[in-house]
Design a binder for this molecule. Structure first.
Ligand code: FMN
Length: 348
């Protein structure tokens, strides 16, 4: 309600300025204490007790400023990052574009962030009880050894993470997505799982692009199983461009929001089929309603994440999706969200 009143003003601002303003406003909220989890929505994935299945996707809170406050809006978890070992300024501005008619966003931010050391100080002092906070790590643009960047990221961030996400799917760091290829991915996952020490056993999630051919999907699925990765996030933004009317559609970068919805759902189904029913999946891409979140869960996701829909609908979108999910569970005679996971996935 409040957001629909302020949105015309916010949308007059250049997109990145509006984003920074939203972060500053959220930073004014008290950390607070999360309400007791709803028994219909709480779920356990990769050994983590999630208060709810709707998470804030990476990229909104790159530096760990407000992740611990997102429970106020109904988010069951929040992912900070992508954080790189060294601070970096990212690509020249403008680099963030709202395509309002399409309910879409194009970004070529390029991992702008204050670096893992600055973020880890902040995250270490965050109130954490009742919250699940994931830390998403990447490689610096100028790195000469990208795998070493992920290894040092695991070492620095694992002690502070409920889970770690290895992000190899941003289209805005040239060459990063080549780490999704079979040999590079094997080498990367071998190195990062070895870097996770026995006493800091944070689960490791891998985040993939939606722009993958069937052979890539099979290769990634094999690597994920071989290296015992704990969950797969499907997906990051797309470099493809479904038909769109907005003149901004030609901007370079990753596309997210409504036009990504169908592709991300298809990829989730592909990975569910390639991996079998066991490995947890987290669905992201174009989710804006409870029906869409529920469909992603029924297709095989244990959790969902969103970012772009929040730009258009405001942060209260998480609470609205939670309410809708509970109504859908009741309609289907289910008492907990985990009972819906994979209901529509073909049986092996
Ligand atoms: C402005 C912007 C910045 C993003 N930055 C990151 C990032 O740093 N790391 C990452 O893993 N994903 C990043 N993402 C991708 C989102 O986490 C998410 O996977 C994608 O946007 C699809 O979800 P959505 O359609 O709900 O936005 C970013 C997305 C947007 C819109």
């Amino acid at each position: 309600m409040l957001y629909s009143l302020t949105r015309p003003l916010i949308f007059r601002l250049e997109a990145e300025k509006a984003h920074n303003l939203a972060l500053s406003a959220m930073a004014l909220l008290p950390a607070g204490t999360p309400a007791a989890p709803d028994p219909m929505l709480r779920c356990c994935i990769a050994g983590i007790d999630f208060p709810g299945p709707v998470g804030l996707a990476a990229g909104f809170d790159k530096d760990g400023l407000i992740a611990h406050k997102m429970h106020h809006f109904g988010f069951g978890f929040a992912e900070i990052g992508t954080l790189t070992p060294l601070p970096q300024s990212g690509n020249p501005r403008p680099r963030l574009f709202r395509l309002s008619d399409e309910r879409a966003v194009i970004n070529r931010m390029g991992f702008n962030n204050q670096g893992q050391i600055a973020a880890s100080r902040r995250i270490a002092s965050m109130r954490r009880e009742g919250r699940v906070i994931g830390l998403n790590i990447g490689a610096n643009k100028d790195s000469t050894d990208r795998i070493a960047d992920y290894v040092s990221g695991v070492r620095t961030m694992a002690p502070l993470a409920d889970y770690l996400t290895i992000n190899i799917s941003s289209p805005n760091t040239p060459g990063l997505r080549t780490l999704q290829g079979r040999e590079a991915l094997n080498e990367l996952l071998r190195a990062v799982t070895a870097a996770r020490s026995a006493d800091v056993a944070a689960p490791i999630f891998l985040k993939v692009a939606p722009d993958l051919a069937p052979a890539d999907i099979d290769d990634i699925a094999r690597c994920v199983i071989d290296h015992r990765i704990d969950a797969l996030i499907v997906s990051n933004t797309t470099i493809s461009r479904p038909p769109m009317r907005s003149p901004l559609a030609g901007e370079a970068g990753g596309l997210s929001g409504a036009p990504l919805h169908d592709l991300a759902l298809t990829r989730l189904r592909d990975f569910r089929a390639a991996l079998g029913p066991e490995l947890p999946l987290i669905g992201a891409g174009g989710i804006a309603t409870a029906d869409q979140a529920y469909a992603r869960i029924r297709a095989g996701a244990s959790l969902v994440q969103l970012y772009s829909a929040m730009v258009f609908e405001g942060p209260g979108i998480a609470a609205r999706i939670n309410k809708g999910l509970k109504a859908l569970l009741r309609r289907d005679g289910l008492s907990n969200i985990s009972q819906a996971v994979g209901m529509d996935a073909p049986r092996p």
